[in-house]
Structure formats: C-alpha cells, structure tokens
Write a protein that binds this ligand. Sequence first.
Ligand code: SF4
Ligand code: SF4
Length: 451
Amino acid sequence: MTSPVLAPSTDPCVHCGFCLPSCASYLALGSEMDSPRGRIHALKAIEAGELTLDATVASHFDSCLGCLACVSACPSGVRYDQLLEATRPKLNAPELRSPAQQLWRRLLFGLLPYPARLRALLQPLRAYAGTPLQGLIRRTGLPRVLGPQLAAMEQLLPPLAPESFSDSLPRVVPAVGERRYRVGLLLGCVQRVFDPAVNQATAAVLAANGIEVVIPADQGCCGAVTHHQGEEAQTRTLAAALVRSFAAAGPLDAVLVSASGCGHSLKAYGRLLAEADPALAAAADELAAKAFDVQEFLAKVGLTAAFETALRPLPHPDGSPASAERPLTLAYHDACHMLHGQGISAAPRQLLRAIPHVRLREPLEQGVCCGSAGIYNLVQPAEAELLGARKADDLRGTGAQIAVSANIGCSLQLRRHLQGSERSGEQPIPVQHPMQLLAQSAGASLAKPTN
Ligand code: SF4
Ligand code: SF4
C-alpha cells in the first residue's frame, strides 16, 4: 500500500537552531536566510501572507542543497524534506529565476537523464577528458572564460572509458554457484556514462554472492535528478517508464541501486505515481517496496562464506598489500540521500570491514554535504566549490589513502577536489565505490557479455 501523503507543516519548528551546524548552505553562506530555520521562518511568513515568494526569497531556497541533514539533526521532528518537496515546484515559476538560469536548467534536464544524448555530447570530448590536454587547458584558466556553470561542468568531467559510450553489461548476469536471489539492477543515467566501472563491479559482486542480476536493456533514468528539483511532470514520465521496464523483467526479489540519490527516489515511487498514473500505481508500489541500495541489501542478506573466504588485502598506493601491521586507511563518505534520506550508515561500513586489513576513519563533518547534491554543483557552483574543498580537507584530515563514496554525484565532486596539486605538493586521493573495493578484494569480475 502507498503510504498516505502527509501535509507538510512548519508548526513543529521551535527555532532552536540545532540544525544549523549540519546545514551545508549555512556553513557555506553563513546567513540565517540560507539555513533551515530561516527557510522555515520564510515559509511560515508566506503561509501567513506576510511575505511573497519573489525572486529574492526563491534564491534562498535555491541555495538549499536538499541534503536533508537538517531532518536528521532536528530534535522536534520537523519534516523539512516534505516542506522542501512541496516548495521546489513553486520555485520553477518563470518569474523567480533569470532567463539564463532557466535556460541552463532546461539544458541540464534535457541532457542528464538521457544517456544517449549525454553520450552524443561527450563523443567529441573523448580525446580531451582525462588527457594531458585537459590538464594543460585547465592550467591556462581557459575554462573559466566559459562562465562559472560550464567551468564547473568541465572541472567535474572524468576520463571517459569506452564503456561510457555503450551499456556493455549483459541482460542477465548469472549467479555463481547456487542462486540465492534474482534481482534487478538500476544502471543510473549519469553513473553508466561517467563511472561505468561501478555497475560492472556491482554486478560482479552480486553474482559472486549467488545473486542473479537482471539488467533491463531499455531502462532509462529513474527521475532522481528532476525529482530533487521539483520538476514533477518530467519525473513522473521517467518514473513510469522505469516501472514498466522493471515490471517486464519477470519476478524479482529486489531492485538494487548503487547510486544513493536514485535509491531515494525509487523508494518514493509509490507516492510519486499514486495519483498521476493509477494504472501503474500497484507496479510502482511494488518496485518501491523492493528498492534497496546494493549495500543495504548485501548487508541484509549477508555475503556468502565463499565470497568472504576469497577476500584478500587491497594494495597500498605503492603496490604492497595491506597487512595487520600496515592496514590500508579508508574514509567512507556518507552520501546525503543515503544517510539522511534512507537512514543507511552501518551497511557500507560493515561491508568495507569485511575486507582484510582495512582501517576505517570517519571525517569530522561526517553528515555534512560535499556540495554535489544532484545538479547543485552545476547551478550553484560558488557554494559547491566551497563545500567541496571543505569536504576534501576533512577527508584528507583522516589520513585516508582511499576515499569511499557510494553515490556518483559525490564521487565526481570528491574526485575533483581530491585530485591533488603539483603546486602545493598535495597528493591525489582516489575515490572508489565500496562495490569496486569488494570486487577488487575478491578478484570478482564479469565474464564477457553473452547477449
Ligand atoms: S528545524 Fe528543528 S532543529 Fe531546526 S530550528 Fe526548527 S526545530 Fe530547531
Ligand atoms: S536540506 Fe541541507 S542545505 Fe537544505 S536546509 Fe536542510 S541541511 Fe540545509
């Protein structure tokens, strides 16, 4: 059954300010209007007819990352997530943003959820992304001439593997040994293009744990990118297509996601499609009930004894294997939509600790957003830059040799800020998904596609 939609209320907020230290926009901008308490105060004033939602007020909601850290921090149970979800569609009124901002958003929403379009756009950049030429162009400062938004996009552009340009995974990855479960795997629209190795590793780890993986070939974007920005109609269209795609995959025990922003949206499908598409409501409900982050699922069902036995120490950057005397230091970065949006924090750590001789370190500002937040680093690049640098400093402070992130947006943002600098002598810190580390440790990889 779809859970009833509660009318969000500002009433429980007692203006105590306990949420402020965890609020990324407040940390970046330092102004009350850019804090949860300030925004809730503004919503109350709008409700009372004392304030109009004009462009200035809207800009203080646009500065919000939607990270939901304030929901975790609030002792009064204020559902800022629901307040924000109800407010975001109103911010899309044409008079509230400049024509340039609206055009940029339209371009992003017309591009990011559609891997085929993204791939077509990226084709000419294959000889640029991740090559010495990119480093050279960056050193000239030329990308800054393109304006802050395009410059931010260029900074996030990762090296493009051949797998970035086609979905090379087979439709079915059989379980190794006895089949315990049959699951669907969501590839993610941005992840499959910018970090296809994560999906490869996820399928390999699942298969090695006796889990058959079904990958519907026609699956598109889950709608998370637009959902978190209040683009309701586009989100429902994308969600409906994805529900149909997985419904056609046959009986599944679960639908797994290795990008946390996607998982958060998938779990809301019942509510998202209940009224908009009654014919699909039952299938949407079913998919939402079966949606799990891959780590959440693996921690729940457990790794097989054979897989655990196969786990070997990972190498240090100098190539020597980690050992009891010299463990490999990892710092796990909590993605906001996993930690605050889905309440998942123990599962990824539990899986990482299964790898021999790793030492997990926690950043001081563990639950604070890295500034990625969906398209935030592309529409609010100045604030995202501050937050990315702050998070990178925090992760460096742990002494981590590898930063671990289970969300593609965070991974791109962290790679951009942990790439090191020849000038300052700062060493780069690689960013890996937990599934990549588990796959590497177990020597798990996929056989060649069979379809
Ligand atoms: S949202 Fe919660 S924590 Fe923040 S000011 Fe209101 S009551 Fe306090
Ligand atoms: S969602 Fe994040 S950025 Fe927005 S008010 Fe809450 S803590 Fe601040």
